[in-house]
Design a protein around this ligand. Structure first.
Ligand code: TLP
Length: 347
């Protein structure tokens, strides 16, 4: 029985072509900047984002932290959404490692923060207050239904930031899902931010790695911060090689993941006992709730698991499902059949 793993797009496995590229990658010591494959990936990433330079890091979490450490010093403040991954799921790293203060404001259901909320969170000059330095955005927004933020919205945040002398960082772990969902060039997003980090190891299916992009000076300092975090890697071309293939071949196919997510959501909408707002489904992430009292999230997760379907419960009655390279339309139909069977057995 094929295991249908819908917990995350982080579970994706590399393609055969990626494995071959890893085996054959030309390597060197990247701490000496001598790994040609890493250099090639970084150059490609800089070109794609329209930034001057790029840096391979081991994860999205490291990429975000490296950027925050590069933008801010101890006692300075970052404005970010209360549902952002950087606030909720990165071990409070900016505070624990950097002595940097996170100032959260509400994320709206579409992943945006109101400009008026950002504006009123920006500190004035007062002995009691930390200095505001940075605004962080997340696109697509994981907790907010995988919604892609429009480039127009990002532009409006950039204008505000510039007016107030602040920088903008983008947690673009899934920025390519936004590129595909909105049909806009990556540069339309990246031009509004001072730094961005994107993941190779989610929908793009490489085993490891994220890339940070920014100006040449920013990346030079980010490199030092990566080293400080223990993230200087040696023959990292092994990791970079599948990344090059990912950027070349894995972006446009994300549309398939979005179609599968929609198919799954529409099916769930027809299952009595489950509820979902199909209009929130824009990319590869869906959230649904259990409405019936007959089953808890834990029971549903266990029953699905027995049928070879892995799902992530994110609350006592809530689930998140993510489609990806390892999931096809048949897997979606099987998941819907199993969900239907479980929900129709009362008690
Ligand atoms: N997200 C993971 C979990 O940590 C929740 C997932 O399964 O979705 N930014 C965003 C928006 C993310 O969703 C994630 C990972 C990261 C950063 C961190 O990336 P990694 O896992 O590479 O450190």
């Amino acid at each position: 029985m094929k295991i249908i793993d819908l917990r995350s797009d982080t579970v994706t496995l590399p393609s055969d072509e990626m494995r071959e590229a890893m085996a054959g990658a030309e390597l060197g010591d990247d701490v000496f900047r001598e790994d040609p494959t890493v250099n090639r990936l970084q150059k490609t990433a800089a070109e794609l984002t329209g930034k001057e330079a790029a840096l391979l890091v081991s994860s999205g979490t490291m990429g975000n932290l490296v950027c925050v450490l590069t933008h801010c010093g101890r006692g300075e403040e970052v404005i970010l959404g209360d549902k952002s991954h950087m606030f909720l799921n990165e071990c409070g790293s900016m505070a624990t490692v950097g002595g940097i203060h996170p100032h959260t404001i509400p994320n709206q259901p579409d992943g945006t923060m109101y400009l008026k909320d950002i504006e009123s969170a920006i500190r004035g000059d007062n002995d009691h207050w930390p200095h505001t330095k940075l605004i962080c955005l997340e696109n697509t927004h994981n907790r907010c239904f995988g919604t892609p933020l429009s480039s127009e919205y990002m532009a409006s945040v950039a204008v505000l930031a510039r007016e107030r002398g602040l920088r903008v960082h983008l947690d673009g772990a899934r920025i390519f899902n936004a590129v595909v969902a909105l049909g806009v060039d990556l540069k339309e997003f990246s031009r509004h931010v001072d730094s961005l980090s994107f993941c190779l190891s989610k929908g793009l299916s490489t085993p490891v790695g994220s890339v940070v992009c920014g100006t040449r000076d920013f990346i030079a300092e980010a490199r030092r911060n990566r080293k400080l975090l223990g993230g200087g890697m040696r023959q990292a071309g092994i990791i970079a090689a599948p990344g090059i293939i990912a950027l070349d071949k894995m972006i446009t196919r994300l549309a398939e993941d979005h179609e599968n997510a929609r198919r799954l959501a529409e099916g769930i909408a027809n299952i009595s006992g489950l509820s979902i707002d199909v209009s929130t489904v824009r990319t590869n992430i869906i959230y649904f709730d259990i409405e019936t009292e007959h089953i808890t999230a834990e029971q549903l997760r266990n029953r699905l698991e027995r049928e070879g379907i892995k799902a992530l419960s994110t609350g006592p009655r809530r689930f998140r499902l993510v489609t990806h390279y390892g999931i096809d339309a048949e897997d979606i139909d099987r998941t819907l059949t199993v969900l239907n069977e479980i929900l129709s057995q009362k008690g």
